[in-house]
Write a protein that binds this ligand. Structure first.
Ligand code: BMA
Length: 802
């Protein structure tokens, strides 16, 4: 039986006149940080100070010896090397690497004689290699001034419009020795599908063999043998199928349960078990309805034959040093997504193929995964030495991720098909089109026909329409954030919004911890260093002006820009939900951050929630209401994304800020499961006077409608009464409003840096109250809820009264 010996743990790192202990898996930056040899790159502009690390070369070393049972072969196996490395054992070169997204295996049988041998992994700066390839192949256009498109490495390592430039090197995934005899399982590729009420397993294995002996393969599901096959001498590839009648259907969250089945593959010769492979898998059917209709081409994801309204978020690497990720952190972040009502997560092409733990947690949670191939925002050369790396990396990862039922689609790239034309990038020897339209679809068709392939995002389905056409396929909505007002989301009804977003700063404490500026201002140097988007602060200010005017302080800027982010995302998601199934869903840019920064994220780089995070749960609720302008009037869109019909009495009231009722109207409504109904509000109800607003209610759902921008509404003094009760684990804060109180916000991190509230902005009608639960690691002082900016509301901020 194959035997494995982990080589992780303590290594030595040398480079740039340093010699220090290294941790494997890891990277140079985290070793330097642990040794106190570099300052925290997240603080102030230290990112720039430590820039030299990414330009230096680094040497990892440790002694190794095979201490397992005697075997015919011993392999040295790297699951991931970041990125350009020369590997040598006992001074004998084993090979050179240039791709972070692949694994490497070297036969070291002859080199391990029992005595410890030095294993050296010498990393050349990724810049050196990328610039060499650029020199060789010629310049290719790129949205960022860094050469990430010339090397197969996490693109955002080189900086992004939300990320620092921290170009890593290191043994970033596990490394081990594997001893084996006769044969081993080189790849196992299970495709588990569901159709016509039954599950089906198609499985292909490839064996690496040392001898021409007969081999046999056994496939077990939940311990029961479901298939068996023979590999005669000379053969190394075998495909098997099974129709196990005892498996259950896997469904995304909101559509059923997530049964997972233990899948085991055993390779033997005669009675001798040689290798065993184990994973969990789930059975489901996936398709994307991209058919034509009167409005263009649909984009509706269907799981087990049922259309799924996508309530998605885009995912970037959760750590700029991805080796720091742990299963616990993946689990935390993905559970946070689910708690925000998310049912799909898109792994964006400027990051990585995530660790197995990521997909396993998604399998368990019923969170659908859309996986980009790793190309983003640039023209990419199709020539060597890149082409064969792309093929190898794609084949390896399509195979590696095959067992995961959560993974439902492969997508060729992020924005490259779009930007090439839209930015006028041309006159280049090649730019990547061949990858997206030929190479990758062929690999997916060959290795994983169970999952739909998309050429990229956005993509209209063919060159007949521009890639970012609202009428066809997927759409990225960026004009609105970059140049327009968020209400312009209402100007079109795209078929599927795969990216849209609005910036806001991180939680106050996150910003304060990252910046030593005194005073800290929206445009003081440290704050600006933690804003990477082109004219980001200008866009924040221009987005704010028509709704909230000019903030009176840094604290007001922070509150209002966070509120504007919420307003913008609400405008988009409610509008698109009201168009379901014409609009197949939306994927927010972006769930997470990887350092403290002003960005589009809902959860900031320190893991604190922006108010947007809480808003997502309400925007994604199975049942909800929204008032929308339609055809010169107003409608209530009754949104029912639940598996049951929704019937009741929809009431719309026109009220004043003091609580007076000016008009009332009600109507019975009935909305079928997974449907939306638009109910027109009579004009006499929508005749909204100064200081008036509409309240629409159905069961527990409520929607408000204000006819004028926030800054023009005559907000009364909210007259808040705030009382904090100590309870085990924190405080229950009761907030009562005598008048209309819009956008009351309790910033828990201002009570204690680790305190967390259970809600973001809340609006109270006159006489209403709400309890915000604040929990922290230590006893929290109830008096602190009265401190400035802990509890505030829109009227107070607009009046400059804090
Ligand atoms: C799109 C994304 C990212 C980027 C975001 C915000 O281009 O694909 O590349 O961070 O917009 O600008």
């Amino acid at each position: 039986m194959i035997s494995k010996q982990d080589l992780g743990g303590a290594w030595t790192l040398r480079g740039a006149d340093h010699e220090l202990p290294a941790t494997v898996p890891g990277c140079v930056h985290t070793d330097l940080l642990a040794a106190g040899a570099i300052p925290d790159p997240f603080l102030d502009d230290n990112e720039t100070t430590v820039g030299w690390v990414g330009r230096a070369d680094w040497a990892y070393r440790r002694d190794i010896a095979w201490d397992g049972p005697a075997h015919e072969r011993v392999d040295l196996v790297f699951d991931g090397l970041d990125t350009v490395a020369a590997v040598a054992l006992g001074g004998t070169p084993l090979g050179a690497t240039r791709n972070m997204h692949r694994g490497y295996r070297y036969d070291v049988t002859a080199l391990l004689d029992g005595s410890p041998q030095p294993l050296d992994v010498l990393f050349t700066s990724a810049y050196t290699e990328a610039e060499r390839v650029r020199e060789l192949l010629g310049e290719r256009a790129n949205a960022y001034p860094e050469p990430f498109n010339f090397i197969r490495k996490m693109a955002c390592s080189f900086g992004w419009d939300w990320g620092p430039t921290l170009v890593t090197a290191g043994i970033w995934r596990p490394v081990r020795l594997e001893g084996w005899s006769v044969a081993r399982l080189a790849t196992v590729r299970p495709l588990a599908t569901w159709s016509d009420g039954a599950g089906r397993l198609d499985l292909t294995i490839e064996a690496e063999r040392l001898h021409d002996v007969p081999l046999s393969v056994r496939v077990l599901l939940d311990g029961r043998e479901v298939a068996r096959g023979e590999l005669p001498p000379g053969d190394s590839r075998l495909s098997l199928s099974a129709n196990p009648d005892f498996v259950r259907q896997w469904a995304p969250i909101g559509y059923g349960s997530q049964p997972l089945h233990d899948l085991t593959v055993e390779l033997s010769t005669g009675d001798v078990l040689l290798d065993r492979w184990q994973r969990r898998t789930g059975f489901r059917g996936v398709s994307i309805d991209r058919g034509p209709d009167a409005a263009g081409s649909r984009f509706v994801i269907e799981i087990n034959g049922e259309p799924v309204l996508v309530k998605g978020v885009n995912w970037i690497p959760d750590d700029i040093f991805p080796a720091r990720m742990t299963r616990a952190r993946y689990e935390l972040r993905l559970r946070e997504a689910v708690a925000a009502g998310v049912n799909l997560i898109r792994v964006w092409g400027g990051g990585i193929y995530e660790d197995r733990a990521f997909y396993e947690v998604c399998d368990e949670l019923g969170l659908l995964v859309w996986q980009d191939f790793l190309f983003a925002c640039a023209d990419y050369p199709e020539e060597e030495p890149l082409f064969s790396e792309v093929v190898a990396e794609a084949r390896e990862n399509v195979t590696r991720l095959a067992p995961h039922p959560s993974l439902i689609t492969w997508s060729g790239n992020n924005e490259n098909l779009w930007l090439h034309g839209a930015m006028g990038w041309s006159d280049e020897a090649s730019w990547g089109e061949r990858y997206y339209l030929e190479t990758l679809p062929a690999i997916v068709a060959d290795l994983d026909p169970s999952r739909p392939y998309q050429a990229g995002s956005p993509w209209s389905g063919s060159w007949d329409h521009l890639p970012n056409d609202t009428g066809h396929g997927t759409f990225h909505s960026w004009e609105v954030w970059n140049r327009e007002d968020y209400l312009n989301y209402r100007d079109s009804a795209p078929r599927f919004v795969a990216e849209f977003g609005w910036q806001a700063p991180p939680a106050w404490t996150t910003l304060r911890d990252a910046v030593s500026d005194d005073p800290m201002l929206p445009d003081s140097p440290g704050v600006l260093h933690h804003q990477k988007a082109e004219d980001g602060n200008g866009k924040l200010a221009r987005g704010l002006a028509p709704h909230f005017g000019t903030p009176s302080s840094t604290e007001a800027w922070h509150y209002l820009t966070q509120l504007n982010q919420v307003r913008a995302i609400r405008a988009g998601v409610e509008h698109w939900r009201s168009y379901w199934p014409h609009t197949g869903g939306s994927i927010l840019w972006q769930l997470n951050d990887l350092w403290p920064v002003t960005s589009w994220a809902a959860i900031d780089g320190a893991g604190r929630y922006k108010p947007l995070y809480f808003e997502l749960a309400s925007l994604h609720a199975a049942r909800g209401l929204t008032v929308q302008p339609r055809d010169g009037g107003l409608v209530v869109a009754v949104l029912n994304d639940s598996p049951a019909g929704w019937a009741g009495r929809l009431a719309v009231h026109r009220r004043t800020t003091g609580g007076e009722l000016r008009a009332a109207w009600a109507v019975p409504v009935e909305v079928a499961a997974r449907q939306v109904t638009l109910v027109e509000i009579p004009r006499d109800v929508t005749a909204i006077g100064d200081g008036e607003f509409l309240v629409a209610e159905l069961d527990q759902a409520r929607a408000l409608w204000f006819a004028v921008p926030d800054k023009d509404f005559p907000h009364p003094d909210a007259a808040l009464t705030v009382t904090a009760d100590p309870v085990p684990g924190g405080l229950d804060v009761l907030i009562r409003a005598d008048g209309l109180a819009r956008d009351v916000l309790l910033q828990a991190d201002r009570i204690h840096p680790e305190a967390v509230a259970d809600r973001g902005f809340l609006t109270l009608l006159p006489g209403e109250s709400a309890t915000v639960r604040v929990r922290g690691p230590v006893e929290l002082d109830p008096a602190l809820v009265k401190a400035p900016w802990v509890v505030t509301d829109l009227a107070t901020v607009l009046a400059g009264d804090e």
